[in-house]
Design a protein around this ligand. Sequence first.
Ligand code: NAG
Length: 401
Amino acid sequence: MPSMITNAFLFILVFIGASLYGPIKRSGIFRGITKINVEGSKTIPLVQCEDLHVHNGLVYTACQHSDRAQDRTKWFPPMGIFDVPVESKNEKRGDLYVIDPQTTLYQKLKVSNFDVIDFHTHGIGLYPDAENLFIFAVNHLPNPDHIKDPQSPAARSQIEIFKVSLPVDGSLPTTATHVKSVLHPAIRTPNDILPTGPSSFYVTNDHFYRDGFMRVLEDVSGPNYGRWSDSVHVDASGTKTVAHQVVSGLHNNNGIMRGMDNEVIIMSAAGGTMYRLKDDPVSKNLTLIKDVSLDSSLDNPFYFSEGSEEQNAYYLAGYPKILSLLNGHKDLNVPIDSIVWRLKKRNDGTFTKEIVFMDDGTSQSSASSAVVVPLKSDPNRGLLLVSGPWSHHITVTEINL
Ligand SMILES: *[C@@H]1O[C@H](CO)[C@@H](O)[C@H](O)[C@H]1NC(C)=O
């Protein structure tokens, strides 16, 4: 009997140890932070831009106003921050920007027809057609019903669709028109968007639980447990918006993007996993093909496809130490560590995993997005742009491709 009890006890210990090993390693408690590719970098003074996307060599993003930067520490539903009630001074907190990475010159897009009360920015997605570029942006609006009914969710997040007219001479666009706001009960905790047409898109819901203990459990138990969030496809082209779930059973659906061979990538943020999925072009449903796990929390994916076969790679931004994110997400003076991984596909189908950017947050505070464009003057070099939801600027640094 005693040995059976001892065995059972040992089994439980091993089980707990094995279950905690992944989360503890990913949390980065034992990771040393060094500065990688920070020296000599430039900065672009745009704050708290959560997501970056490239189209025709230009980088598009949605950022908060620098004079409203404190608001992020009081209202940011994706991190469970709901401290500020609805307050609008008829002046939106966020804007869309376009950047020329070669010169670091940037332009705020003047948006017409945008009469939504506020704009709390997060993930974006781009859809180009023959003449225009459509920008889809998550907007974490406070829920007006929450004041009357505190049981209702604090946020009523929606998706904004904008149309940018691209200058024919290739200069930076200056204006955008707001096309529509898209609301649907299936869009619950939107994080990031992958457009599939001028008014249709995939959107990830990063959490099933909006707040409280279960949300914490949802984060820490992944990626093997707590797989409760989902992603949906939304068609807002008709008079009635239709949406359906396209994948479930993934953990913490976060950044979404097209990757190599047209695959769809969804990141499990707290679970440090890159899911590789195949989309059905008719039903839009997504099927998991493979996943790749990394030893840190991750956020938005980017696939660099403008180089040679050896240069093309995934760039994944994230948080090398989860405690620094928790310490800094409500205080802009506390630096948040940042990391960017590069994954190159080997011949056997596995991926190399290399850290191409790391900082203790004193320069680049938080990293949720990293994109690469080729450096015009050198085919072996690229410009890496890094940004995060608590960052004081966008970092631009040269790297070997
Ligand atoms: C797509 O997924 C939905 C569930 O969200 C399911 O009802 C439907 O049958 C699926 N369609 C196909 C073609 O697999």
